[in-house]
Design a protein around this ligand. Structure first.
Ligand SMILES: Cc1ncc(COP(=O)(O)O)c(C=O)c1O
Length: 424
């Protein structure tokens, strides 16, 4: 990846100069990978749904429960102070990972879904009114559609979606045309979970900001694969889930520019998010605590911190290069298979290979591959509008992570050949 690309939030292909990963060494860090499924070695290619966890993450969580467990922020005793420090250290790790200006811009949430709901219910409710518009794209995950729909229904506003082309790339000119004085916020996925498309987020932000419109980026499928720099992207909000980047489920992140977070009303009420409470009136804590009501997922945040440090220790550029190689290799290997069509052929892609067979339903593909020990995902991938755009009910989706190998891609190809034989 070039320095220029990195400065722009890293939307281009990885640099060929990056030192290759020692995948066998990496695989040794993931205990779950070393097992047989239906008598065959597990080939885990469902990483876009959730990734597996390295020992560093599992041990960080175990260590926390074995030696540090206590509730945070409210205690004066040793364990509480220690747990608080570990939790806040995780926040600083996220800040460094995203290159946010301040740790106060990092809000811990349950995941991408909750992060987007937080923005719709706070920023959205305060800024979107009757007749206004929210602009998304035609490749969003349901979690970046439905919360906006709820908001628009409540306010009498309109949800608009910028179209995508036959390769699954955003039609940027159409997107630009849809921006108008009624647009109050843009929400866009960084990487499509159904197609693998990498969106030109820096350009999207630039266009939206020319109209004074803030941009939320759904980074669920981006952070495990490409280096993200929220300052370089200049996005207003950035959301991601821990479990897709080798961390635990139940923890995620909302990055927000401090100016927005400070001005936004709270999301949920309860303990920790307040400064003072009387029956007449409450005042609120400073950010990010204003948005973190109740006891948070302390172990989850610590596990996420460990996951991000693990990724940093390997290097996102090297991970991107490795996954880019796997994607190219797999694309070339499955393209010639008769009756198979790849869905999502944009020039800029990360990590995801979606395909359909002319005569076989994706669920049958998934079931036969499972018998070979190969885990892929089949269905609409919570992106029904994408399926509608391509006039298909579902796809089979293989998705890659840093621990996958070319040999596993070969196993996938053999499995697909088997599907053809069964349905010949
Ligand atoms: C692009 C994208 N956005 C949002 C989500 C929702 O993530 P979570 O279920 O972790 O909240 C996903 C999950 O698959 C996704 O792929």
């Amino acid at each position: 990846m070039t320095t220029a690309a990195r400065k722009l939030g890293s939307e281009s292909c990885p640099s060929p100069d990056t030192e290759p990963l020692d995948v066998e060494k990496i695989r040794a860090d993931f205990p779950i990978l070393h097992q047989q499924i239906h008598g065959k070695p597990l080939v885990y290619l469902d990483n876009a749904a959730t990734s597996q966890k390295p020992r560093a993450v599992i041990e960080a969580i175990t260590r926390y429960y074995e030696s540090s467990n206590a509730n945070i922020h409210r205690g004066v005793h040793f364990l509480s102070e220690h747990a608080t420090e570990e939790h806040e250290e995780a926040r600083r790790t996220v800040q460094r990972f995203l290159n946010a200006r301040s740790a106060n811009e990092i809000v811990f949430v349950r995941g991408t879904t909750e992060a987007i709901n937080l923005v719709t219910q706070t920023y959205g409710r305060a800024h979107v009114g009757a007749g206004d518009e929210v602009l998304i794209t035609g490749m969003e995950h349901h979690s970046d559609i439905v919360p906006w729909q709820l908001l628009c229904n409540e306010k009498g506003a309109k949800l608009r979606a910028a179209p995508i082309d036959d390769n699954g790339a955003l039609l940027l000119e159409e997107f630009a045309r849809l921006l108008n004085p009624r647009t109050k916020i843009v929400a866009v996925t960084h990487v499509s979970n159904a197609l693998g498309t990498i969106n030109p987020v820096r350009k999207i932000v630039e266009l939206a900001h020319q109209h004074g419109v803030p941009v939320l980026v759904d980074g669920a499928q981006a952070v495990p694969h490409i280096r993200v720099d929220v300052q370089a992207l200049d996005c207003d909000f950035y959301a991601f889930s821990g479990h897709k980047i080798y961390g635990p489920t139940g923890i995620g992140v909302l990055y927000g520019k401090a100016s927005h977070l400070n001005a936004m009303p709270p999301y949920q009420g309860g303990g920790d998010m307040i400064a003072s409470v009387t029956f007449e009136k409450s005042t609120y804590n400073k950010v990010p605590y204003k948005f973190e009501a109740g006891t948070p997922d302390i172990a989850g945040a610590i596990g996420l911190g460990a996951a991000l440090r693990y990724v940093e220790s390997i290097g996102l550029d090297r991970i991107a290069a490795h996954e880019h190689d796997l994607l190219e290799y797999a694309t070339q290997a499955i393209s010639p298979i008769p009756g198979l069509r790849i869905v999502g052929t944009a020039k800029e892609k990360a990590g995801v290979l979606s395909f359909v067979f002319d005569t076989v339903h994706p669920h049958d593909i998934g079931t036969i591959l499972d018998q070979e020990g190969i885990a892929i995902r089949t269905g609409h991938h919570c992106s029904q509008p994408v399926m509608q755009r391509f006039d298909i009910p579902a796809t089979a989706r293989a998705s890659f992570a840093l621990y996958n190998t070319r040999e596993e891609v070969d196993a996938l190809v053999r499995g697909i050949e088997k599907v053809r034989e069964v349905f010949a």
